[in-house]
Design a binder for this molecule. Structure first.
Ligand code: ADP
Ligand code: ADP
Length: 226
């Protein structure tokens, strides 16, 4: 089974705007996959639906064969999500943000603390564990979102424009981190509007424009066509 399977996904927003006009794609287990496209193409809407942050109008989404509609809990358990906007409690401490998230997945407090320590250290945030999140820089908040998304060790990590507004040095280290966890077996799906980012990280790619997939291929094949 595919890590992610999307069939005929459509989204019309409340104001009548058709953001997705029938998106279909599959991401295989272990892939590093990019959804590439210009601003307004429908990338966030697509990932928003997969992460249950946006309601779809029609279509089907399955995560490792679990339907988002019919087996919601199982599908959610497989997914870690890094949204584009920071959505922390500003006054909660870094450590607590990660352990609280673990609690939502039913992870026992002791294991939650171990996992939080592991990921905060890996992402260079251990020194900040007792700070409230509003004291962090933008780059630190971004890394905190990644730590929080990984605490239940999901099989698929979804990131919406993970390096938007991130300086080049941190971007490089985030790329290296994502490549590490991908090598360790986590399927990664991200959106970007930088071809360069997709090119240096990803194996496969879908290009989306005006709510439609206009290309779905390997990076290798894409670069040969350019
Ligand atoms: P849904 O169709 O999923 O119920 P809505 O159309 O009700 O979504 O909009 C959800 C939220 O997104 C609203 O709070 C709305 O103000 C906001 N919103 C409206 N237009 C845009 C836009 N172009 N980009 C991002 N957010 C928007
Ligand atoms: P991308 O992530 O590729 O930049 P989005 O999925 O955020 O694109 O948005 C796709 C289109 O849907 C855009 O034209 C955007 O303005 C519109 N849109 C996004 N959210 C809403 C909303 N809540 N209500 C109305 N239109 C929206």
């Amino acid at each position: 089974t595919a890590a992610l399977s999307i069939r005929n996904l459509c989204k019309t927003y409340g104001n009548g705007f058709e953001a997705l006009k029938g998106i279909s794609l599959e991401v295989q287990q272990g892939d590093f996959f990019a959804l590439l496209g210009p601003n307004g193409a429908g990338k966030s809407t697509t990932l928003g639906i997969v992460s249950s942050l946006v309601n779809k109008s029609s279509g089907d989404v399955e995560v490792f064969g679990h339907s988002l509609d019919k087996a919601h809990a199982q599908a959610k358990m497989c997914l870690g999500v890094v949204p584009q906007e920071f959505n922390f409690n500003q006054f909660e401490k870094v450590m607590d943000i990660v352990t609280t998230q673990a609690g939502y997945y039913g992870i026992a407090p002791r294991l939650a603390r171990e996992r939080a320590e592991y990921y905060l250290k890996k992402l260079g945030l251990w020194d900040k564990r007792n700070q409230v999140s509003r004291m962090l820089s933008g780059g630190m908040k971004r890394r905190l979102m990644i730590a929080r998304a990984l605490v239940h060790e999901p099989r698929v990590l979804i990131l919406d424009e993970p390096t938007a507004g991130v300086d080049i040095e941190l971007r490089r280290s985030m790329w290296a981190f994502l490549q590490d966890i991908n090598r360790a077996g986590t399927t990664i799906i991200l959106t970007t509007h930088y071809l360069e980012e997709a090119e240096s990280l990803c194996r496969n790619i879908a290009i989306i424009d005006h709510g439609r997939i206009v290309k779905n291929t390997s990076i290798k094949a894409l670069l040969q066509q350019l």
